[in-house]
Design a binder for this molecule. Sequence first.
Ligand SMILES: [Zn+2]
Length: 309
Amino acid sequence: MVYGIGIDIGGTKIASGIVNDTGKVMYQKTVPTPKMGREEILAVLKTIILELVEWSELQGLSLAGIGIGTAGQVHFYEGKVISGTPNIRDWNGVNLRGDIGTYTNLPVYVDNDVNVLALAESVFGAAKGYEEVICLALGTGIGGGIFTNGQLLRGDWGGGAELGHMSINLNGDLCNCGLNGCLETYASGTWIAKRMQKARQEQGLSADVTSRDVFALYRQDDPLARRVIQTMIHGLSYGIVNLIHLFNPQAIVLGGGVMSEGQWIVDSVQKKISTMGMNSLVEEVEIKLSELHSNSGLIGAAMQTWLYK
Ligand SMILES: [Zn+2]
């Protein structure tokens, strides 16, 4: 059996653990992400890694390496964060492989958080068994992972598959990436809430609503919520049909916080796309709900240590 350290670095918490190649988490440690930024985060990572290594030694386990998934855009081959995330202070340009490599003699692998989630999904979740499959994570933003020939598509340095920033409307709302009408401005939790806030403001109603509230109102047949969710399904379907036209996948897996609302979103999208785009490509594609659970980020991070060695 192979064992690896997995570390999932997010804006609010750092989840870490020892994972074996059946996806089982043997030992786990989760801490809040330090707010002071890079130096403090690296110090916390060092403490965690040394603790995990010590635990493994006590158990007599030999480790294949350290795998990290982090928010932000990652240079996969150099193990550097090229462009950080506003949620983690001073994360731009941090050389994770270089810094973490000095803590132990273990090899270090670094990828972005959505790619490692897609990796976990492809071996232990809903994307299992497909060579050509695309994972979309609908959360605060939208991230993606594209598998072709069973491998993650990376582009030149690993920044590819920013699927949330595929524009589907030239005249759409301005996204924080600089484009208008990105998929993210239709189907992310942030924008579902924003769209509803704007609609309610126009009606003189309280704009204090989250995306969860929008789904709750939708279930109560609130007309504004119905409009916002219909726009979301419509936008998501356009984005998905674009992906189908580009990549000819067997399946598309939808995950992330927004999808915890349930299978009905999957069913609505499957129905909607059946009347859209090139029938020869669209008709066979299965839209599926993610089967991942809360540990999948750290499991996917650890998987790098045996998949990429
Ligand atoms: Zn964008």
